[in-house]
Design a protein around this ligand. Structure first.
Ligand SMILES: [Ca+2]
Length: 342
């Protein structure tokens, strides 16, 4: 590609991008990137596309945030999330459209602006549940997250579906970085939860599926955690609605995770003589001594909370709503944040 054509292409795409994203709340100009990997599959692939500009034009709807045009094959790949480097972080120096790896036949990238959270993406008119890239704090790296758009743009920080992903044996560092698959079961990571929850006034919602099939939920205001230097200490406000019952604050100080630091099987920061994370098969959590909520615990596939402490607990549901004569174990969980806008 000669220089004049490249320039024309850049000007064309730049004009185009300004037109489609001029109303974005967090307009952002990207720089160049040399090494990248796309960590998600494209949600759509167009064949026989004539130009990068035509490919970019395909990325104006369907919650598309990145287009990758491969000149050699004339393929146009559309993504919901943005570029990633090998650590899983979005490269902060990505470009709106940049000719990359010319030796492999030029690929040209086009990305839209990046948003602070799922609610901002939802407010652009995007209502597809998927993995998106957000940047809650402009001074910190962006990251990917599954957005619950069905409920209006919530940031999912934890999700369990069937127990395929272990949560119990994960170390402090694993909880710090995050683990699992953003498409299915995962813990977002304490560093990211810290960044997100400190970038505004966030509420948290717990969605919980009982083995009898019913979903329950409970919401709390003022959710945030400190950074690693304070061991991700939890602030969680009052229960503000839902039908699950208040298992966070409702059972007394010895069970209350509020103001507690995070503990894992290899880091005991709880208020008990035991290591709650290990002794209760509880996985990483903000244990006091110990707690009435245990959503990162060893999964119980039969829906029963057994005598060996195997199972996911939300006391007001699992004890009150008995299952097969035993305590129940929660089958599916979602922990999700949403900014309370002034
Ligand atoms: Ca302890």
């Amino acid at each position: 590609m000669d220089i004049s054509f490249t320039l024309a292409l850049i000007i064309g795409l730049y004009t185009f991008n300004q037109a489609v994203s001029g109303s974005n709340l967090r307009e952002r100009v990207y720089n160049k990137v040399k090494n990248f990997a796309v960590t998600a599959d494209p949600f759509k692939t167009h064949e026989n596309i004539k130009s990068a500009l035509a490919c970019g034009m395909k990325c104006t709807s369907d919650c598309c945030f990145m287009a990758n045009f491969i000149q050699t094959t004339k393929r146009c790949l559309l993504f919901r999330n943005l570029l990633h480097d090998n650590t899983g972080y979005v490269n902060p120096d990505i470009t709106k459209w940049e000719q990359i790896t010319p030796s492999q036949g030029s690929q040209i990238l086009y990305t839209k602006s990046i948003y602070r959270d799922c609610q901002e993406i939802y407010n652009t008119g995007c209502d597809v549940d998927a993995v998106y890239t957000i940047q809650p704090n402009m001074g910190q790296p962006p990251f990917n997250i599954q957005c619950d758009m069905t409920s209006g743009g919530w940031d999912i920080i934890q999700r369990r579906i069937d127990g395929a992903q272990d949560f119990h044996f994960q170390t402090w560092d694993a909880y710090k970085q995050g683990f699992g698959d953003l498409q299915t079961e995962y813990w977002l990571g304490n560093d990211k939860i810290h960044i997100l929850s400190n970038s505004g006034n966030y509420m948290i919602d717990f969605d919980l599926r009982h083995p009898n099939g019913n979903w329950f939920s409970e919401s709390y205001d003022n959710f945030e955690i400190t950074d690693e230097s304070d061991k991700y200490r939890l602030t969680i406000g009052n229960a503000i609605g839902g039908d699950a019952g208040d298992s966070i604050h409702g059972h007394g100080a010895i069970y209350d995770p509020g103001n507690m630091q995070f503990s894992t099987i290899d880091r005991d920061n709880d208020g008990s003589g035991l290591n709650c994370a290990e002794a209760l098969k509880g996985g990483g959590w903000w244990y006091s001594s110990c707690g009435r909520v245990k959503l990162n615990a060893v999964y119980s596939s039969d829906g029963e909370y057994d005598t060996g402490n195997k199972g996911l607990n939300w006391h007001n549901i699992t004890k009150v709503h008995l299952y097969a004569g035993q305590y129940a174990s929660i089958m599916e969980t979602v922990m999700k944040l949403k900014q309370v806008l002034p």
